[in-house]
Design a protein around this ligand. Structure first.
Ligand code: NAD
Length: 395
């Protein structure tokens, strides 16, 4: 039976595709969001960011009239199911904000109705689900509370929302049953855990990936310092060798999730997280490493350096926590001038066209491995840790 769902943070990078997916399954969905510009775009049938396959879904749910967006918190009262998927970043001192989700839920207080199911979906500091339950029950709210973490990757939402198993946890059996029913609209594979297990499962998932990228980046630096092309070493390791097939290549490991979730986990463990902190040093150090190697090859202070790709990953327009910007900051200090381009990024007026960057630069650096750079033909030297151009990764 279809559900009335309100997604809180429903115009964000993961909230919006989720809301649209439920609406596409016939549920009546409202995206509630504090961002009026995003709400207005969404109500005009436009996406505030790139997400492949979103156009067709948006058209279907607009035709079916199962979806809308709103900045009015009164819509909360209309829901049978509330799903909270607001952002949960760490602050400038790398501290998680354990109050982000409880505070957002508290703000919904006047609009909550007894009998609603409240599903937390943001990546939370461990213990937040039970904290939300304690606070709401102290205020006399009779809502079922579940925690069902989001594990999709941006750019794969409309595949992964249906293909990934969903971890479901709740503060009561009823909450688990109700949340399972909700996610059965998207997938038949549910993994039931306690809220604490689910909270750790999500943080471990992202941290695991972050550590793997750090290992690859450190291997790259070791090989490179020895004058060896890591791409060749990696090919030798992974060729027909199943136990190493998941070894990533080197590159900027950045974006709004992996780093901050590793730091959330470190904070949760009283900052005793050697592996997590070491991974941060390696991954966040890669732009510095590249520039120091470039300084050995080039007289940077006399040169114009071009960065191609400012998004935090390939085929994305998302610049949140992108290491290309750290690279730009370092290069602005060292080089004569830094010019940047990205075919997808639309919200940075300092970017210029790719043609202009290539025309003016003395050295180019690939900052995000967009597919379009694979065919790049230029006589200008290119620093390319992803080996997109096929000339090796030695710097
Ligand atoms: N981006 C990803 O790939 C990804 C993947 C899995 C999980 N997550 C997790 O999902 C959560 C959301 O991430 P995101 O990337 O979608 O963030 P986002 O910033 O793109 O979206 C969050 C949305 O919530 C809105 N918002 C903030 N506070 C609100 C409030 N109190 N009431 C209503 N709306 C509010 C914002 O305006 C924004 O539109 C985070 O916890 C993140 O760690 C993200």
């Amino acid at each position: 039976m279809s559900k009335k769902i309100v997604v809180v943070g429903g115009c964000g990078h993961v909230g919006l595709p989720l809301a649209m997916a439920f609406a596409d399954q016939g549920c009546e969905v409202i995206s509630y969001d504090l961002n009026p510009a995003a709400v207005s775009l969404v109500n005009d049938g436009k996406m505030p960011f790139l997400e492949p396959d979103s156009e067709a879904v948006m058209k279907r749910i607009r035709d079916a009239k199962t979806f809308s967006a709103s900045t009015d918190p009164a819509v909360i009262s209309q829901a049978e199911v509330l799903i909270v998927v607001i952002g949960t970043p760490v602050d400038e001192h790398l501290n998680p904000d354990a109050e982000a989700v409880p505070a957002a839920v508290a703000a919904l207080g006047p609009y909550l109705r007894d009998g609603q199911l409240l599903i937390l979906r943001s990546t939370v500091y461990p213990g937040v689900t039970k904290l939300v339950e304690r606070r709401l029950s102290k205020l006399g709210h009779k809502v079922d509370i579940a925690f069902c973490p989001e594990r999709i990757a941006e750019g794969k939402a409309f595949t992964e929302l249906y293909s990934l198993p969903q971890i479901v946890s709740g503060c009561s059996e009823k909450a688990v049953e109700r949340a399972s029913e909700v996610f059965s609209f998207l997938t038949k594979q549910l993994v039931v855990t306690t809220p604490e297990e689910a909270e750790l499962a999500k943080l471990f998932t992202n941290t695991w990936r972050y550590i793997k990228f750090a290992a690859a980046n450190q291997f790259f630096m070791i090989a490179n310092d020895y004058g060896i092309d890591f791409d060749k070493v990696r090919n030798a390791i992974t060729f027909d060798y199943p136990r190493a097939l998941d070894m990533p290549g080197p590159g900027f490991a950045a974006g709004p999730c992996l780093f901050k979730d590793t730091m959330q986990l470190a904070a949760f463990n009283n900052n005793n997280f050697t592996l997590g902190h070491a991974s941060m040093m390696v991954n966040e150090g890669l732009p510095l490493y590249l520039v120091s190697r470039m300084e050995e090859r080039f007289e940077l202070s006399t040169l114009k350096v071009g960065i191609l790709g400012m998004a935090f990953k390939s085929e994305s327009d998302d610049i949140r926590s992108s290491l290309s910007y750290k690279l730009r900051r370092i290069l602005r200090f060292k080089a004569d001038e830094v010019l940047c381009a990205d075919p997808y990024v639309t919200d940075d007026p300092t970017l210029i066209s790719q043609e202009e960057v290539i025309r003016q630069s003395d050295v180019l650096v690939i900052g995000a491995p967009h597919n379009v750079y694979k065919g790049l033909i230029t006589k200008t030297p290119v620093i390319d840790v992803w080996n997109l151009l096929g000339n090796g990764t030695v710097i």
